[in-house]
Design a protein around this ligand. Structure first.
Ligand code: RB5
Length: 148
């Protein structure tokens, strides 16, 4: 699978570990930064990964900041993108199955490497269930389309 990964400074070291983990599994991973632990701004990297997924450069995205919240908010500003914040694998699986999220986000100050690996595994293994959930994701798109 083609995976876009990004983080701010707080997620820099966890991103490196998750990138290596995904590559070991045979995924093609593109790193959209940040490239050092120097302080930086999470919206930049949330947008970059979301735009890569939207453009079809990646099938899925992985985003990491301190909590996962800020960087997911940035990604969710990109039209058509659904990014779910998770701190355990159940939610990671469900945000694929029910929300058809293309991006998973989590916090480097919240989860350790073991949990982070379980989260990405659950997210990448799950598929959208369709059915009634398609109507609900369509309602999310309606909200986007009613904005200025
Ligand atoms: C950076 O200090 C922190 O605010 C950021 O990583 C993230 O947690 C924001 O949601």
């Amino acid at each position: 699978m083609k995976i876009a990964i990004g983080s701010d400074h707080t997620g820099f070291y966890l991103k490196k570990e998750i990138r290596a983990y995904l590559e070991e599994q045979g995924h093609e991973v593109t790193d959209y930064g940040t490239d050092s632990p120097e302080r930086c701004d999470y919206p930049v990297f949330g947008e970059r990964v979301a735009m890569a997924v939207k453009a079809g450069e990646a099938d899925r995205g992985v985003l990491i900041c301190g909590t996962g919240v800020g960087i997911s908010l940035a990604a969710n500003k990109v039209k058509g993108i659904r990014a779910g914040v998770c701190s355990e694998p159940y939610t990671a699986r469900m945000t694929r199955q029910h929300n058809n999220s293309q991006i998973i986000a989590f916090g480097a100050r919240v989860v350790g490497i073991g949990m982070a690996k379980m989260i990405v595994d659950a997210f990448l293994e799950a598929e959208f269930e369709g059915g009634r959930h398609t109507d609900r994701t369509a309602l999310l798109t309606d909200i986007e389309n009613r904005q200025d």
